[in-house]
Design a binder for this molecule. Structure first.
Ligand SMILES: NC(=O)c1ccc[n+]([C@@H]2O[C@H](COP(=O)([O-])OP(=O)(O)OC[C@H]3O[C@@H](n4cnc5c(N)ncnc54)[C@H](O)[C@@H]3O)[C@@H](O)[C@H]2O)c1
Length: 255
């Protein structure tokens, strides 16, 4: 299918895991995909993989730096003449006890996971506005909805990202731009490689679906939010977590 034919899609953090799967999903539908990542080598390697499915190129960006995000948007618009889709997918996670979170830990979590999506959106929105439409898809987390242990800064940033999604949906609605959030659960990506490959690990079995999620599970949802068919959805959050956040069973209740 070519449901994104002619469209330009930027995927931040597109060099790895969930972002790379989004790139493949968008490329398969005919989009010109831009892998926007801080790791140039990994981004170029991802382009080679994605090229088997469609059109892809890469650009180096540090989402925490507005000079870098502004240059990214300018360069991509110069190259393609339009920007249609922004998947704000970069995320980093520090896991350590509350009292061990240093100033630097807190600042990098907020800068990357919360300020980053804002800076990328602010950089591309003028070009989307010029084109009369746009799609912004923020990768939030199950940590946007529930407290998670030893992740105070990550949880704070990801919860904030839902608020930002709602506020942006209002501010950008008149420009024809929709803004939505995806909330992945336990996904077998490099971020979780050690847990996902641990035979003793039960995170997948804790979900009603009964398995770990895959990057493709998230990419399928991102694709839906990028298509014309989802044009009446904005300011929304879609959990793609096998039902983990919405369900709780006490010991013995499932027997
Ligand atoms: N994997 C999971 O189980 C899971 C669960 C919930 C939410 N998420 C979220 O999904 C998103 C993707 O996760 P993933 O597991 O695919 O991550 P990943 O670690 O595989 O990939 C993250 C990518 O972001 C890039 N990056 C890091 N800092 C950057 C910066 N400052 N500027 C530009 N690029 C930068 C990295 O180079 C890397 O390619 C993140 O926002 C994460 O918080 C993941």
């Amino acid at each position: 299918m070519n449901r994104l034919n002619g469209k330009v899609a930027i995927v931040t953090g597109g060099a790895s895991g969930i972002g790379k799967a989004m790139c493949v999903a968008f490329a398969r539908e005919g989009a010109n995909v831009v892998v926007a990542d801080i790791d140039e080598g990994k981004a170029q390697a991802a382009v080679v993989e994605i090229a088997a499915h469609g059109k892809a190129t890469s650009i180096r960006v540090d989402v925490t730096d507005s000079a870098s995000t502004n240059a990214m948007a300018r360069d991509i618009h110069k190259q393609f003449g339009r920007i249609d889709i922004l998947a704000n997918n970069v995320g980093v996670r520090i896991v350590k006890p509350f009292l061990d979170h240093s100033d630097a830990d807190w600042n990098v979590m907020i800068a990357t996971n919360l300020t980053g999506p804002f800076l990328c959106a602010r950089a591309v929105v003028p070009f989307m506005k010029q084109g009369g439409s746009g799609r912004i898809i923020n990768t939030a987390s199950i940590a946007s909805f529930v407290g998670r242990p030893n992740r105070v800064a990550y949880v704070s940033a990801k919860a904030g990202l839902l608020g930002m999604t709602r506020a942006m949906a209002i501010d950008l609605g008149g420009m024809g731009i929709t803004v939505n959030a995806l909330a992945p659960g336990s996904i077998n990506s490099p971020m979780n490689a050690s847990q996902a490959t641990d035979e003793e690990n039960n995170w997948g079995k804790e979900t009603p679906v009964g398995r770990w999620g895959t990057p493709e599970d998230i990419a399928n949802a991102a694709l839906f939010l990028a298509l014309d068919e989802s044009s009446y959805i904005t300011g929304a959050e879609l959990k793609v977590d096998g039902g983990w956040v919405s369900t709780k069973a006490r010991a013995g209740e499932l027997d």
